[in-house]
Design a protein around this ligand. Structure first.
Ligand code: AMP
Ligand code: DBH
Length: 545
């Protein structure tokens, strides 16, 4: 049995992935060095008013690595990284990669509850934040987190540091001492899973496996040094980070344009000014962009590819992308655990519109099974399982959960319900995991339920999805309360005070006498989903007299 904190591939599989050339023995530090040698003066990153060449990026990363080392950050140390889409995000990532320290990729919307958990669980010693972003002061958050987690020794701030350490002061003048550095088989960072359990799961990705996923993504998306990728989604998320995202673009020698916001007001002028060729959005954002493009005159003619993923994109909206935006649509169905599916650039419209793509690697193994783990008949819907050269074999420090989330022969249970077309494309048909996909933001029902249950007025709680025209799904919390019952507003502010990220706060709260049960006495989420969908329908179409 695998007892390491970082479950890994069995020896013979690792050998196979090396022999087949999937894993090429390169680390991220070496990758950037190589690109700097090949593309020195070309612009790698555009962020605000700064334009950073590959050579500059490489040099800045070296200086920052030296500064972080001086501060005391060492190989295998965990660093909670919570930066928005600014150049420092990329510089910090590569500096930590060079040191062999592991970034833990928090999202900008995470708050005290999530950050405290990541810090404690990973025993992190450092937390890197912006000063104020989108009206939120991360230094106040850091203060609260540090109070709860004294082992979090360093708080580093991009911008005005207040009482903490300024990131800009860490770009050292003298180079990093000669250190062994990480090897390509080592874990490079911990990525987050949307999760389906009470506590978020962390995903160990190695240099070898992740760089392979970048290479395949860049190939499928036809990236080269002419490509200009616009990051509008938070770069820490696996999708804009790697599919092909920020890192895949740097892998290909292209240019990354970072945008702090994703609205048409921010994104469209950047597309126009920087001649962006590819960008990635989630379905609700695609709807906003489609509307905006129809009603305003922005020059989006440079855009060749619009990627849509993270949640299911409706065929109806998918059909509009080409006529309205003038570019090819690519559906992306991926997961931070590994497997990424893409529609191909030259696929016919029927496939682009009606499928979520096919695996990017010929070494991706797919199984679609019934509840007994038996393969279903071709074309039937079942549980999607997968294994491959860039799909993890287990979460970080989660032995018990891993026994359930992976089969004995190492397939990851994605929790998605899917079918495969005769041509080998996947169509996502639903979900078996206890998660709400709020327009690409994943919410683990159990995590929210546990917070609700901490309220003295709550006897029982169940969180389910309800259909939503814009986000695809929203969250509804069913509550059995003690009397006096808390109001919905009280419950929501209670969750906020507990430091839960805003997107996890239930959109709607319903009270019940008791929760419906299944035959074996479990809460029937299916019944609750039906109930709330019916209520919504009744609201949408009031009975006529
Ligand atoms: P995570 O494991 O948190 O990285 O989230 C990955 C999950 O997002 C997948 O297992 C799917 O449930 C969902 N997902 C991602 N992309 C798509 C897509 N294009 N269509 C439907 N669901 C998606
Ligand atoms: O939702 C995801 O996690 C996701 C979607 C598209 C992802 O991780 C990816 C592509 O790599």
């Amino acid at each position: 049995m695998m007892r390491s904190q970082y479950p890994s591939w069995p020896k013979e599989m690792a050998e196979f992935y090396r022999e087949t050339g999937c894993w090429q023995g390169e680390t991220f530090g070496e990758m950037l060095r190589g690109r700097a040698a090949a593309y020195g003066d070309r612009i790698a990153v555009v962020s605000g008013t700064s334009r950073i060449s590959y050579a500059e990026l490489d040099a800045r990363v070296d200086r920052l690595a030296a500064g972080l080392y001086k501060l005391g950050i060492r190989q295998d140390d965990k660093v909670i990284l919570q930066l928005p889409n600014i150049a420092e995000f990329i510089e910090v990532c590569f500096a930590l990669f060079r040191l062999g320290a592991l970034p833990v990729f928090a999202l900008p919307l995470h708050r005290r509850s999530e950050i405290v958990y990541f810090s404690e669980f990973t025993n992190a010693n450092t937390y890197i934040i912006p000063d104020v972003e989108a009206g939120f002061d991360y230094r106040e958050l850091a203060e609260q987190v540090q109070e709860q987690v004294p082992t979090l020794r360093h708080v580093i701030v991009a911008g005005d540091p207040g009482k903490f350490t300024a990131l800009r002061d860490l770009y050292a003048a003298d180079p990093l001492p000669d250190l062994p550095g990480p090897s390509s088989g080592d874990v490079a960072f911990l990525q987050l899973s949307g999760g389906s359990t009470g506590l978020p799961k962390l995903i160990p990705r190695t240099h070898d496996d992740y760089i392979y996923s970048l290479r395949m993504s860049a190939e499928v998306c036809a990236l080269d040094e002419q490509s200009i990728y616009l990051a509008v989604l938070p770069a820490a998320h696996n999708y804009p980070l790697s599919s092909p995202g920020v890192l895949g673009t740097l892998y290909a020698g292209g240019r990354v344009v970072l945008s702090r916001g994703s609205s048409p007001d921010e994104a469209f002028p950047l597309i126009e000014r920087e001649r962006v060729t590819i960008t990635a959005v989630v379905p609700p954002l695609a709807l906003v962009w489609l509307d905006a493009a129809e009603s305003r005159r922005s020059d989006l003619s440079s855009l060749r590819l619009l990627q849509v993923g993270g949640a299911k994109f409706s065929a109806e909206a998918a059909r509009k992308v080409k006529p309205v935006l003038g570019c090819t649509l690519q559906q992306v169905f991926g997961m931070a655990e590994g497997l990424v599916n893409y529609t191909r650039l030259d696929d016919p419209e029927d496939i682009l519109v009606n499928t979520q793509g096919r695996p990017m690697s010929p070494y991706d193994e797919i199984r679609i099974v019934n509840d007994e783990d038996e393969e279903v008949a071709p074309g039937q819907v079942g549980h999607l399982l997968t294994r491959g050269p860039y799909t993890i074999r287990g979460y970080y420090k989660a032995e018990e959960h891993n026994a359930r989330a992976f089969t004995a022969d190492g397939f990851y249970r994605t929790g998605d319900l899917a079918r495969m077309t005769p041509a080998g494309y996947l169509v996502v048909e639903g979900r078996a995991k206890d998660q709400i996909n709020r327009g690409g933001d994943k919410v683990a029902a159990e995590e929210v339920e546990n917070h609700l249950l901490a309220h003295p007025g709550v006897h029982d709680a169940a969180v389910v999805s309800m259909p939503d025209a814009f986000l695809g799904e929203r969250t509804c919390a069913f509550i059995v309360s003690y009397s006096p019952a808390p109001t919905p507003a009280e419950l929501k502010s209670f969750l906020r005070e507990r430091g839960l990220a805003g997107y996890k706060i239930p959109d709607r709260v319903e009270f019940m006498e008791s929760l419906p049960r299944t035959g074996v006495g479990k809460i029937s989420k299916k019944a609750l989903r039906e109930l709330i969908a019916q209520k919504q329908q009744a609201l949408a179409a009031p009975p006529t007299k």
